[in-house]
Design a protein around this ligand. Structure first.
Ligand code: PMP
Length: 286
């Protein structure tokens, strides 16, 4: 049984609860972060905390703890649960004002709710998915227009994964105005003539921490990168495709909406970037 953190307390997971009046439950009034653990250490923790602080600020939500306190809590939850490979989920909501009301509660009277829990994962090198590559379908992006804020409103991404499953695929890419925005829970990339292409940052996509890391490593490896939008048709004609996220790292995509890429196998650029990403993450994890 896992030990989870709820508002200052360490509890067995079956005894951890939040109020029925919590705004996370009633209004999806909450944000979250997922930090990967490799070899018992936190990958890109600074990036995740910076994005958490930005998400909170954009929603006028009080911060539950300072960055150094959050780091200590992350380390403690990893240690308490003996996580070697896995991830730490951190969920923050606007708390429990004691009743249901659309207006935000006074932050002086209602403290945010802070919950943390861990998940175990296989070692990244053992990922069968990475060896096989993902099949993605294309679905319309009908999410709200502040996708840069990492909110807990994950219903449509959840539906997208179900649509993918039903279609015999692994995941879905969102399409808006004919252009790929991102995956249900990852950033989308294509490779054309040795050049990496991924959509630029705006309110249209989540500013992926893994995306930023891959951009840094690509520059170090002297790979050319274009941060621009691309159409579904361009993606289907690309040499390779892949997605990035804290949980999936760099994950090859081998089929887009029924069209196979790279002979239906993970491409060399995606495979190499996955290796570089894992190697660098191991080096820089804290
Ligand atoms: N886009 C969306 C919609 C996501 O949910 C995620 C994963 N949280 C990402 C991109 C990738 O972000 P990160 O690399 O920070 O995990």
């Amino acid at each position: 049984m896992r030990t989870v953190y709820v508002n200052g307390q360490w509890l067995p997971e079956d005894q951890a609860t939040v109020s029925v009046f919590d705004r996370g439950f009633l209004m999806a009034d909450g944000v979250y972060e997922v930090t990967t653990v490799i070899d018992g250490k936190l990958v890109d923790f600074q990036g995740h905390v910076a994005r958490l602080e930005r998400s909170l600020a954009e929603l006028d939500m009080p911060s539950p703890a300072k960055a150094d306190e959050l780091l200590a809590l992350h380390r403690e939850i990893v240690a308490r649960n003996g996580v070697v490979q896995g991830r730490v989920y951190l969920q923050v909501t606007r708390g429990n004002p004691g009743d249901r009301d659309f207006t935000f509660p006074d932050p002086a009277k209602t403290a945010p709710t802070l919950v943390m829990f861990t998940q175990m994962a296989a070692a990244p090198e053992d990922s069968a998915e990475a060896k096989r590559g993902l099949k993605v379908i294309a679905i319309p992006d009908i999410r709200w227009h502040r996708r840069d804020i990492k909110t807990v409103q994950l219903l449509y991404p959840s539906m997208g994964k179900m649509m993918a499953k039903k279609a015999g695929a692994d995941d879905a890419w969102f399409i808006e105005d004919g252009l790929v925005t991102e995956g249900t829970s990852n950033n989308a990339w294509i490779v054309r003539g040795g050049k990496l292409v991924t959509r630029g940052l705006s309110h249209d996509i989540l500013h992926g921490i893994t995306r930023a890391a891959v951009l840094r490593y690509a520059a170090e490896a002297q790979l050319q990168v274009e941060e621009r939008s691309f159409t579904l048709t361009e993606a289907q004609a690309a040499d390779e495709a892949f997605v990035t996220s804290a949980s999936a790292f760099v994950m090859p995509v081998v089929e887009i909406d029924g069209v196979p890429l790279c002979g239906g196998r993970p491409g060399p650029v995606a495979t190499r970037l996955r290796e570089i990403y894992l190697e660098e993450s191991r080096k820089t994890a804290i």
